[in-house]
Design a binder for this molecule. Structure first.
Ligand code: NAD
Length: 322
């Protein structure tokens, strides 16, 4: 069995490798070659922690495993480690033997950023030049870096509920050579060709009236029942794509539009179908497209398997007799 420690991951995984792994597994899901197992998420009654499992099996790549972990809100203050903690376990699908244990913290951010980046590649207009960011927390920096690779963006406009967090996101934009402006939601929507929302909000910030025709939205923050980043009317009028339809309508951004009867579940499509060419994707330059990125276990397994291969090739993976 192999171990790839969390501290080794940053030097091993590249944005390209994360992107390829996530694009391939979305395609496998839409072909029916890969499926996610039911998610377990429990408040364990200790340290206010939320702990759970996200697992799945990709038959085409023979990747079987589970990501275990969750959210420990007191970590940073008490132990000086980040609040989100996770580990990926991979198993040999031929025998059931444990194959690898891989640090999952950085991989979670990279696979989430890769998902919205895959959606931009397949759904945004090719002439998109202005990137809008709603959110400026931990994930937003990864999102911005991954998005910048997909189109010839000329500048970034950003809004955050806590404006004092925006200068740090501006530093990330500067690293990428992109001019950065803070904007109202009205101005952001009027200018942006692609908008990423990545907040932990429970009420919508971005409204249908803010967004201009032809925009592509990647809504990445809503991954739990009750969370919401954009107005349900915006989801209703957009062509909606997602990683997994069952999650989109229950814990994703589409839960509200579907719950209010504004959008039919049958009108939400897997992004993998667009990747596979079985769904045409964007139908016109004026259409608003929206990717509802809910986060599936197969994304974690795909990037963990990729980093394991790289770690073995580079001699960094630790082999233990298990
Ligand atoms: P973070 O705590 O670092 O940042 C939170 C962000 O939300 C900040 O921009 C903050 O200003 C904003 N925010 C907080 N309260 C708000 C409110 N009431 N209205 C509007 N904005 C508000 O969190 P993070 O690690 O950047 O994660 C952001 C979100 O992404 C979380 O909801 C997290 O669960 C989700 N997430 C989703 C996936 C996925 O696969 N879809 C993966 C990882 C994280």
């Amino acid at each position: 069995m192999w171990i790839v420690p969390e501290a080794a991951i940053a030097d091993l995984i590249t944005p390209e490798a994360s992107f390829e792994a996530v694009e391939a597994v979305f395609a496998a899901m839409a072909r029916g070659d890969a499926y996610n197992f039911p998610v377990v998420r429990e408040a364990i009654g200790h340290e206010d922690a939320l702990y759970g499992f996200k697992g799945g099996f990709d038959r085409s790549e023979l990747v079987l495993g589970v990501k275990a972990g969750g959210y420990w809100p007191n970590n940073l203050e008490k132990f000086k480690i980040i609040n989100h903690q996770s580990t990926v376990f991979l198993f040999d699908p031929d025998t059931g033997r444990a194959k690898a244990m891989v640090g999952g913290n950085l991989l979670t951010a990279l696979r989430t950023a890769a998902a919205s980046s895959v959606s931009i590649k397949h759904l945004a207009r090719t002439d998109a030049r202005v990137l809008g960011m709603v959110g400026a927390g931990h994930q937003s920096h990864f999102q911005l870096r991954a998005a910048a690779r997909q189109r010839d963006f000329e500048r970034v406009v950003a809004w955050n509920y806590h404006p004092e967090m925006l200068p740090r996101l501006g530093e990330t934009a500067a690293e990428l050579g992109l001019p950065f402006e803070e904007a109202s939601l009205e101005d952001l929507g009027a200018q942006a060709d692609v908008i990423i929302t990545i907040t932990s909000a429970f009420a919508p910030s971005l409204m249908a009236a803010h967004v201009k025709p032809g925009t592509h939205l990647a809504c990445m923050g809503t991954d739990t029942k009750g969370k919401q980043e954009v107005e349900a009317a915006l989801v209703a009028k957009a062509a909606v794509f997602t990683d997994e339809v069952a999650q989109s309508v229950s814990i994703g951004e589409a839960q509200h539009a579907v719950g209010q009867g504004l959008k039919a579940e049958a009108d939400i499509h897997q992004l993998g179908a667009v990747i596979n060419g079985t769904h045409p994707g964007r139908s016109s330059a004026e259409e608003i497209t929206l990717f509802d990125g809910t986060g599936v276990g197969l994304q974690d397994l795909a990037v963990a398997d990729k980093v394991l291969q790289i770690a073995i090739d580079k001699g960094v993976a630790v082999e233990v007799d298990f």
